[in-house]
Design a binder for this molecule. Structure first.
Ligand code: SF4
Length: 319
């Protein structure tokens, strides 16, 4: 199974305050229920608090992003205690040892850890825009452009949550294949397992990734690098109900000839009801998995789309 990866082998970076460590400016934490009680049952966290790591005390005066002469600094309200370079240096140091990570959850809005939309102030203290990126987070993301990253707040959205977890498991799968030594055959096998996953996110990538792997002129390293960049970019695109319904219809086509007329009709009705927003994705998928047990098709059984991560996470019940 694609997701049969042990908790001990799946490492996710996370802002320390999100798993309950009391490291914030006011000695509090910001526990994420989903990260601690749900995702945390299946992954091992590597926690980082960049502000404490660079020597700031707990508690400490708050710091913010301040724009001065087009440059962003992270400092206290009055501009003193500039820690920009220290946060950058620490981010670069951590980035060098994050190859084993398969994902990262950042704490939203933090001038150090925020992934996006961090508030930026003028030197006079006026809020200018909310388009900053946490200085530490920026270093991690720049050094690991393929790493699936999300923020705690965004993970409250069921679609974003499901998408993030699916990307983590796909990336971990890729890391395992890469570590075993890449060959064109392994690339093709890997891709064959992700066809329907890609289809549910991006039809253009579905075609272009297949074409990429059909090229005979590319060395395997270049092909692998272009492939995984394309795959991770495709998986970041929202999978809508329409795209899921289209994917489900393709899967149905694979074994519909085995189904009785009433079974076929029931599946069609479930896919339509899902497309119209009346039932969650789990409903037609349960029916498909049920028919797959009755009429096994190895090609389909191995599809990541049907089993992208541990079922216990129940992420497809919510949308
Ligand atoms: S947001 Fe980042 S820097 Fe701030 S307390 Fe949490 S881990 Fe530390």
């Amino acid at each position: 199974m694609i997701h049969s990866v042990e908790k001990e082998d799946l490492h996710i970076g996370i802002s320390a305050c999100l798993v309950g460590e009391k490291v914030r400016f006011d000695a509090s934490n910001k526990p994420s229920n989903f990260c601690i009680h749900e995702l945390g049952q299946h992954v091992s966290y590597k926690t980082y608090c960049p502000e404490v790591a660079i020597g700031l005390p707990i508690p400490r005066p708050t710091i913010r992003q301040i724009k001065h002469n087009d440059l962003i600094h992270v400092a206290q309200r009055d501009g003193t205690g500039d820690v920009t370079e220290a946060l950058q240096a620490y981010g670069q140091k951590v980035a060098k040892v994050t190859e084993h990570l398969s994902g990262y959850v950042f704490c939203a809005k933090s001038p150090s850890c925020g992934m996006e939309r961090v508030k930026v102030y003028s030197p006079e203290g006026n809020a200018l825009v909310s388009n900053g990126i946490g200085v530490f987070a920026n270093e991690i993301m720049n050094a690991n452009p393929l790493l699936p990253c999300e923020e705690n707040g965004r993970l409250n959205d069921p679609l974003i949550r499901e998408n993030f977890v699916a990307r983590i498991y796909a990336y971990k799968h890729w890391q395992n294949v890469e570590a075993s030594g890449l060959t064109k055959h392994k690339l093709t096998t890997f891709h064959s397992q992700y066809k329907y996953t890609v289809m549910s996110h991006d039809l253009v990538a579905y075609k272009s990734l297949g074409q990429l792997l059909a090229r005979a002129d590319l060395p395997v390293e270049q092909m692998a690098s272009e492939y995984i960049s394309g795959l991770m970019a495709a998986l970041s695109i929202k999978a809508t109900r329409k795209k899921h319904a289209n994917t489900l219809a393709h899967i149905q086509g694979y074994f519909s000839k085995h189904l009785q007329a009433n079974e076929r009709q029931e599946l069609c009705e479930q896919i339509d009801a899902y497309r119209e927003g009346l039932i969650p994705l789990m409903a037609p998928l349960t029916l498909i998995n049920h028919y797959l047990l009755q009429y096994p098709k190895e090609y389909l059984t191995r599809q990541s789309y049907l089993s992208p991560y541990p079922k216990a996470l129940k992420l497809r019940y919510a949308y």
